[in-house]
Design a binder for this molecule. Structure first.
Ligand SMILES: O=C(O)CCC(=O)C(=O)O
Ligand SMILES: [Mn+2]
Length: 198
């Protein structure tokens, strides 16, 4: 299909619900679930170490060091499958990326809380390309303080591609809530361009 705009105030969102054919998305989900070096990292909250409710991994160019939720990440070198995806998504999005954060939501209990991808390493108006594989999950967005707009949600099916660009991170937060539905795993990849430390 094609990337089409989702029109919301102070948001620059493009969405293709069928960027990748379903059989290919299924095969990639199986391959990456097996090949990626998954970790369950802990975040420090009120002086306590809390394991993140999902598995994660970070791949990228050696210079793409990143700090996220107070955790610092050394990128692993690109797997061939991830390098090929990066190239394909760069062409589709007319953007450049030097890294990818992978999140594996093992079932409906795994989730991601409200946040914006506004780390300084990403610059003021980052382009982030989000590819989803596996179970469809609901991706919620809500306005940050100062923006009068209604919250909304997008269902992200397997093989879908969502681009967040421009001022989106400045004005909106997003989250992937838990669901009580009995669902299988979902793997999300967010391609990012991280400024190198110099
Ligand atoms: O899993 C998703 O769709 C969202 C992931 C996300 O927001 C992130 O990695 O920063
Ligand atoms: Mn995010």
């Amino acid at each position: 299909m094609a990337l089409l705009p989702l029109l919301r105030p102070q948001a620059d969102l493009l969405f293709d619900p069928a960027f990748m054919p379903a059989p290919e998305a299924d095969a990639l989900l199986a391959q990456l679930t097996a090949e990626v070096g998954w970790e369950q990292r802990a975040i420090r909250l009120f002086g306590q170490e809390i394991p993140q409710p999902r598995l994660t991994a970070w791949y990228g160019d050696a210079a793409a060091r990143y700090t996220y939720s107070g955790l610092s990440w050394e990128p692993r070198p690109w797997l061939p499958a991830l390098a090929a995806l990066r190239q394909r998504i760069e062409i589709a999005s007319s953007a450049r990326f030097n890294s990818v954060l992978l999140n594996l939501y093992r079932n409906g209990h795994d989730s991601m809380g409200w946040h914006a991808d506004d780390e300084p390493e990403l610059g003021p108006a980052p382009t982030i390309a989000s590819l989803s594989l596996g179970a469809t999950r609901r991706f919620r967005l809500r306005p940050r303080a100062g923006l009068a707009a209604a919250p909304f949600a997008i269902d992200l099916p397997s093989g879908s591609l969502l681009l967040m660009r421009g001022a989106t991170q400045q004005h909106w937060q997003h989250a992937l809530p838990k669901t009580a539905k009995p669902i299988g795993p979902r793997l999300n990849l967010t391609f990012r361009l991280v400024a190198s430390a110099g």
